[in-house]
Unconditional design. Structure first.
Length: 105
C-alpha cells in the first residue's frame, strides 16, 4: 500500500493526498498518508510506526487526524486487532460507520 501511495504522490495533491513523517532524532519512526474523500470527510489511508517507541501510534493518529480538520474521518477498520481497536477507541469517536471498499480495474 505504501509503495502505491508514494507512486501516486506526484499525481495527487493536497487536499486529496497529504503525508506525515515522524522523526526521532534522524531516525524515521513513523509515517502516514491520507486526505479528503469529499468535502467534510477525510481518510487515514496508511499509517506505520515503530512499535518499539511507546505511545507513538497514539501520537501519530492524534496529530495526523487533528491536522486534517474534517468533520468525519475514515480511519479504516481495526482488522479485529485488539490493540488497534483500543487505539481507535482512545480517540473517542463520536460514531462508527460501516466500511466500504472499492477496487480499480
Amino acid at each position: 500500500m505504501s509503495k502505491r501511495v508514494l507512486g501516486l504522490a506526484r499525481m495527487i495533491g493536497t487536499p486529496d493526498l497529504v503525508g506525515q513523517v515522524i522523526l526521532l532524532g534522524e531516525r524515521l519512526v513513523g509515517y502516514a498518508f491520507g486526505g479528503e474523500m469529499r468535502p467534510g470527510l477525510g481518510c487515514l489511508l496508511e499509517a506505520k510506526t515503530d512499535l518499539d517507541v511507546p505511545g507513538l501510534s497514539h501520537y501519530q493518529f492524534y496529530t495526523f487526524l487533528s491536522k486534517m480538520n474534517f468533520e468525519l474521518v475514515n480511519g479504516g477498520s481495526d482488522a479485529r486487532r485488539k490493540g488497534l481497536r483500543q487505539l481507535k477507541d482512545s480517540l473517542r469517536p463520536a460514531a462508527m460507520h460501516l466500511e466500504y471498499r472499492a477496487r480499480q480495474k
